[in-house]
Design a protein. Structure first.
Length: 131
């Protein structure tokens, strides 16, 4: 389906509709949608994939970036907060915060970062404080 991305997307959407837990099809669909700048679709199917594999920092970053590019601040916030509340490395946390600083209005996430920083372990407080 290399030359027919629309057909591939339609086929994958149908496969995911029939088998929502098909992680391989979800992953392929997210990749195709990303390449075509279909950010709302990346958010929708990326969140579905995250429900199956929540501890996947590259996927978290992809979904957050797509949400921010689609101006879906609520989804970006939800996915980011869920990731930050799990045990993430400081590098993963910093990468998420950099996405926010690059793509979102600064005030969109400040209160959430302050709340997380107050409850965070010392190492993470430093990373969150730099935001």
């Amino acid at each position: 389906r290399q030359n027919k991305p629309d057909e591939a997307v339609a086929l994958l959407r149908e496969q995911v509709r029939l088998q929502p837990s098909d992680a391989a099809s979800l992953n392929a669909l997210v990749s195709l949608l990303w390449r075509s700048d279909s950010f709302p679709g990346v958010v929708t199917y990326g969140k579905q994939l995250l429900s199956q594999m929540p501890d996947n920092p590259p996927l978290v970053e992809t979904v957050v970036e797509a949400a921010l590019r689609a101006n879906d601040i609520a989804s970006a916030r939800t996915v980011t907060l869920a990731a930050l509340e799990r045990e993430q490395t400081s590098v993963a946390v910093m990468r998420l915060l950099k996405l926010w600083s690059r793509l979102a209005p600064r005030t969109a996430f400040n209160d959430d970062v302050r709340r997380l920083a107050a409850a965070a372990p010392d190492e993470r407080k430093l990373v969150l404080a730099s935001f």
